[in-house]
Ligand binder design. Structure first.
Ligand code: SAH
Length: 625
């Protein structure tokens, strides 16, 4: 079927078999998108795919006239020849992105700004792990991408409604004012001038008097003033620029702390979104209410000992009671000063019900000495193939200064980490790897610790958590989830884990073998689907046979077993067998086994554990066993 285009969609046009496969992947990125492919490659055609009759000239011309974006999977030369006769001008032409059919480069070919091809190119490139090629002048000199402004520093956009409008003002060369009173100042490269339609203000009075079409406002304050009129709208960014020093009595409830902080922020017209972190005394490491409050707002805590706190000058009266109880005459003010690096406070100490005291400091940002706060990403890369890696994982890798991990996993991350500092270590150097990562993050680097699958499943997340706990440090940590081996393997087998399951690692490197045996025993007895991780390695051979023996005491020898090696990566192998024949198959340290429960059955090349629907709703319709 050849369709007519409906005006605001993305048309992906592919001309080769590889291109069609790439186009099919790419469809996931867009909501309103169709793939156009030559008749020869229609095997597996989906409802949102249309066939065109070769050559591609007609379909490309039609799409060019009617669609908002074209993604052409072909050589740039071919695209230029197909489009040459159609070009009208940058105000009319759709955005055109060209991708080679190997998915290596994504080129913003036409209408980079107004047509949105540059933005589209970045999106497509990020998804495919391709190199974006953008050649428009203001991009090269670096124009402001307003949806990305400050993202690397953790700035949050507060009112995004006017984003498109303000972006249009920027690219159309209309007058745009930027007001900034907080946050990192190195969001612009000093060596290239800002486009001439943009003016930056640090004085609110000057900004108010300036007549601009649209504005970007970077502040941690709730501004009462707004320049008038702003026909093009305004976007507010909340930088992470405030440190809240908190002192509290033992067992103060989270709610009381939250109320106190909220009140201070309300009364002093500050935005809670701009809190970078909390600062307090190290005696509060186990203060439940404070930890609960920090968790609720995802805030890291900086701890200082009493000697360090005592060494700082602070504005309020020293407190004899505080000195008596914790050994320093004040907590909230010196903690805020130390953590922010700014000796003067935005809000000096305020006490509430003699239980909580709060002080606020603004972080001092110096563009020559960026006060960048370190960040730690614990990235689950998924089973291996880039299409199974999440967007967030790719973003984290790209945002990182440094990537740490076991060398095989670094290999998986390679497409996203060109030119980054890489620390790869061997298999048994996990502690060293985690320590390098934590220390580098403390020094201000953004660090990704990479793991196969998910880092919370037999991965590094637990170890990093333990080390942070041991050190009493709270760097800013984000665990980025990944598709774990169990899920990737299950998908290749059909639906083997649809009911209750347990996963057991057969590695007795960190857990005594007796304990593992015990867990196997209980799981087998309770009729769980059992997922076996780490079944075998060169040094560990006997465990799997023993595990099988234990399970066989409770389950029939014909119980289905799925054996998956290298799921979703090179060397993928999936076999369905049963408990009796399990040991006849090749199994190694890249294998995951899924052992069915008493209801699991197989047919064709599927392994299915019924959830129970048919039994409940169609009891007469016996499911084959
Ligand atoms: N964090 C990982 C697990 C690490 S433990 C995750 O979430 O998947 C290492 C074990 O995981 C291996 O011994 C093997 O049992 C399993 N495994 C990891 N990747 C796999 C893959 N692609 N295919 C099959 N099993 C895999």
């Amino acid at each position: 079927m050849e369709s007519s285009f409906n005006g605001d969609q993305v048309a992906i046009i592919a001309v080769t078999r590889k291109g069609v496969a790439l186009g099919r992947r790419l469809k996931q990125v867009f909501t309103d998108c169709h793939l156009y492919l030559p008749k020869r490659f229609t095997a597996g055609q989906m409802p949102d795919e249309y066939i065109f009759l070769a050559p591609a000239k007609k379909v490309v011309q039609k799409a060019f006239a009617q669609c908002r974006y074209l993604v052409l999977i072909m050589a740039v030369g071919a695209a230029v020849r197909l489009l040459a006769s159609e070009l009208k001008g940058k105000h009319e032409d759709p955005g055109v992105v060209v991708i080679d059919d190997g998915g290596t480069f994504a080129v913003s070919l036409l209408s980079g700004h107004l047509g949105g091809a540059n933005q589209m190119t970045r999106k497509v490139a990020a998804f495919l792990g391709a190199q974006p090629v953008i050649t428009t002048a203001s991009e090269v000199s670096g124009t402001i991408a307003i949806d990305l402004l400050g993202k690397e520093f953790g700035w949050q956009i507060e009112d995004g409604d006017s984003l498109t409008q303000v972006a249009a003002s920027l690219v159309n060369g209309e007058c745009v004012g930027i007001y900034q009173d907080a946050g990192e100042t190195d969001w612009w490269h000093e060596d290239s001038p800002l486009p001439s339609n943009i003016r930056v203000f640090t004085s609110i009075e000057a900004f108010m008097e300036f007549h601009c079409q649209a504005a970007l406002i970077i502040t941690d304050r709730i501004l009462d003033e707004r320049p008038q009129p702003l026909p093009g709208g305004a976007v507010t960014y909340r930088p992470k620029s405030l440190v809240v020093g908190i002192g509290c009595n033992r067992n103060t409830e989270a709610m009381a702390i939250e109320e106190a902080v909220k009140r201070v922020f309300r009364e002093h017209r500050l935005s809670i979104r701009s809190i970078r972190n909390i600062a307090t005394i190290d005696m509060k490491k186990n203060e439940t209410g404070l930890l609960e409050f920090a968790r609720k707002y995802h805030l890291p805590i900086d701890y200082f000992n009493k000697e360090t706190l005592s060494s700082v000058e602070f504005p309020s009266e020293p407190s004899a009671t505080t000195l008596k109880h914790v050994g320093t005459p004040a907590v909230c003010e010196p903690a805020a000063i130390l953590s922010s690096g700014n000796p003067s406070l935005v809000v000096p100490k305020l006490s509430f019900d003699q239980a909580v005291s709060v002080a606020v400091a603004r972080v001092y940002f110096d563009s020559h000495k960026p006060a960048k706060r370190g960040r730690l990403f614990l990235v689950g890369l998924g089973p291996g193939a880039p299409e199974h890696m999440t967007f967030r994982a790719q973003e984290a890798l790209k945002a990182s200064d440094m990537v740490v991990g076991y060398k095989n996993y670094i290999k998986l991350a390679e497409p996203f980490i060109a030119a980054k500092e890489v620390r790869s270590t061997g298999m048994t150097e996990e502690i060293q790897r985690a320590e390098i990562a934590i220390e580098s993050a403390q020094q201000g680097k953004t660090v990704s610790v990479v793991c196969g699958g998910d880092s919370g499943i037999y991965g590094m997340a637990g170890l990093v958590g333990e080390l942070l706990h041991e050190r009493g440090t709270t760097v800013d940590v984000e665990v980025v989830p990944g598709v774990p081996a169990m899920v990737a393997s299950a998908a290749l087998l059909g639906a083997p884990v649809t009911a209750d399951s347990v996963s057991i690692s057969l590695s007795d490197y960190l857990v005594p073998w007796n304990k593992i045996r015990q867990r196997l025993e209980v799981a087998a007895q309770a009729d769980f689907v059992i997922v076996l991780y780490n079944p075998k390695s060169k040094k560990r051979q006997h465990q799997l046979a023993e595990a099988r023996g234990i399970i066989l005491q409770h389950r029939s020898p014909v119980t289905p077993v799925g054996i998956v090696t290298n799921a979703c990566r090179e060397g993928q192998r999936a076999v369905i067998t049963n408990l009796q024949h399990l040991l006849d198959h090749e199994i190694d340290m890249n294998t995951t086994l899924i052992i069915g429960n008493s209801t699991t059955f197989t047919f064709y090349n599927w392994m299915v554990t019924p959830r129970g629907y048919l039994n409940k709703y169609r009891p007469s319709n016996e499911v084959p066993r």
